[in-house]
Design a protein around this ligand. Structure first.
Ligand code: XMP
Length: 502
């Protein structure tokens, strides 16, 4: 690969580089930015329509941002400063966002009374009115809908007396498109899926089906059932295995062993234990920054690897502990070490501009994880702060003092769960409010496509292949930024002085 000679030269000098040290060389191009494919993978079996991942941080990714990330083609990793139950509930909320097919619909029995049914709705706080009706052998005999409730003036009658028996039904393998067609033609709002024995195996509800069919863009990152994909972070040890069980039950798509030192014994033990008991779930492991660490994790069965020790905007690991490789070299060295394995790499942290995304992927990553670039969006947790005539959002490192004090998971991430005096490896503060995630990602993706166009790469594989780097000097860097001008108007993709990211 073109970049091999460049990095070999740097390596000989004992030099490791990061985003600001390099630029990609432009090359002959036949591809226009809008024709470029930016599909990629986060892990062995988890694809991405766009190669962007939101960080597993408590000021970045909960269900709202994760939902929007998947909706726009990327992926969110729900943080673990939550109880396992609450984290699993966050996963469920993402998975249910496009809930076209209900796997286990709430059913009622034909001999129950309407009054009992009304009580059940209240007790279980059910917000819907339509239920499949079963006989006492659990076979479908009808449905009861809002209409049947509305036109019933005698709550003492049985469901059987009030229900509709003219039901359309279909087989359990019915796709969402087939369901939409059947419901539309028959003007029915419910489609129970029934097996040969007459047992209910699922349910489509027209309003949900219609929303998915007409409103979902083909660019959503969905699983084979049409549900949005979502990842979730776990730690190490017995508690992590318990957390993993909750998350797998909630149908999480990929688990991320989220630690500050991925090349460590507890991480390998946890990875192997999950693989032993849940062989079908993808496990991404991090964080590391050296080639041999990547090789060891692949040999232990990792389905994806996360790279980045200390590049993050809120990280102080490199300063406090004195360790870590600058990010671009870290990504390159890891990708070289596992070349040919087919295991995707995610470059985690340190991205400040959209151009850094192109550079990170050019160096060998398959996706890029971001915290500060997403923490200021409408969909991140927390509300806006109004200060000095500007809007901001709170953003903190998971190794910051406040995060460690508030959660055992944060302490565990930095291997300090049993330490009395905490040694923070992160800071807390604010980032400028940026508005809707959609508008923000349009800029990041636009920058990536533009960069790929300059390189002449039609897809991510070609970017890996063709990427070649210049080492730039301080004056080269100064020349790259706007200069000799007082900027009077902010552009949406260049924060300038007010965003204080330079
Ligand atoms: P950015 O630069 O995107 O970085 O804001 C996000 C990534 O930083 C990592 N992270 C931390 N690293 N101390 C650290 O050394 C911390 O307190 C901390 N919190 C988050 C994490 O990998 C995240 O994705």
């Amino acid at each position: 690969m073109k970049k091999d000679a460049f990095f070999a030269k740097m390596d000989n000098l004992g030099l490791a580089l990061t985003y600001d040290d390099v630029r990609l060389k432009s090359g002959y191009s036949e591809t226009m930015p809008h024709e470029i494919s930016i599909e990629s993978k986060f892990s062995r079996n988890v694809p991405l329509k766009i190669p962007l991942i939101s960080a597993a941080m408590d000021t970045v990714t909960e269900h709202r941002l994760a939902t929007e990330m998947a909706f726009l083609g990327g992926l969110g990793v729900i943080h673990r400063n939550l109880t396992p139950e609450r984290q699993a509930a966050e996963v469920v909320r993402v998975k249910n966002h496009l809930n076209a097919r209900i796997e286990k619909p709430t059913c009622v029995y034909e001999d129950e009374t309407i009054e009992q049914l009304i009580n059940k709705r209240d007790e279980e706080e059910l917000t819907f009115h339509s239920f499949p009706v079963l006989d006492r052998e659990n076979r479908l005999v009808g449905i009861i809908t809002k209409n049947d409730f509305d036109f019933c003036d005698q709550p003492s009658i049985t469901v059987k007396e009030a229900m509709t028996t003219q039901v359309i039904k279909s087989h359990p393998e019915t796709t969402i498109a087939e369901a939409y067609d059947m419901m539309f033609k028959n003007k029915k709002k419910l489609l129970p899926l029934v097996d040969k024995e007459g047992f209910v195996q699922g349910l489509y509800v027209f309003s949900d089906v219609q929303r998915v069919i007409t409103g979902t863009s083909p660019n959503c990152n969905t699983d084979p059932k049409g549900q949005l994909r979502v990842a979730a972070a776990i730690g190490t040890g017995e508690k992590a295995l318990e957390r993993a069980r909750h998350l797998i039950k909630a149908n999480v798509d990929v688990l991320v062993i989220d630690t500050a030192h991925g090349d460590s014994k507890p991480v390998f033990e946890t990875l192997k234990a999950i693989k032993r008991t849940h062989s079908r779930i993808d496990v991404v492991v991090g964080n590391i920054s050296e080639g041999p660490s990547a090789r060891r994790l692949i040999d232990a069965g990792a389905d994806g690897i996360k790279i980045g020790q200390g590049p993050g905007s809120i990280c102080t690991t490199r300063i406090i502990a004195g360790i870590g490789s600058p990010q671009v070299s870290a990504v390159y060295q890891c990708s070289k070490a596992i070349r040919g394995s087919g295991i995707p790499l995610c470059a985690d942290g340190g991205v400040r501009y959209s151009g850094d995304i192109t550079i990170g992927i050019g160096a060998g990553a398959d996706s890029v994880m971001m915290g500060s670039m997403l923490a200021g969006t409408l969909e991140s947790p927390g509300s806006k702060i109004f200060l000095n005539g500007r809007q901001w959002k709170y953003y903190r490192g998971m190794g910051s003092l406040s995060a460690m004090l508030s959660s055992r998971s944060s302490r565990e991430r930095y291997r300090q769960k049993d330490i009395e005096k905490l040694i923070p490896e992160g800071v807390e503060g604010m980032v400028p409010y940026k508005g809707k995630l959609n508008d923000v990602l349009v800029q990041y993706i636009g920058g990536l496509r533009s960069g790929m166009g300059y390189v002449g790469a039609a897809d991510i594989d070609e970017l890996h292949e063709k990427a070649d780097f210049h080492r730039i000097s301080a004056s080269g860097r100064a020349e790259s930024h706007p200069h000799n001008i007082q900027i009077t108007k902010e552009t949406p993709n260049y924060p300038g002085q007010s965003g204080s990211q330079k």
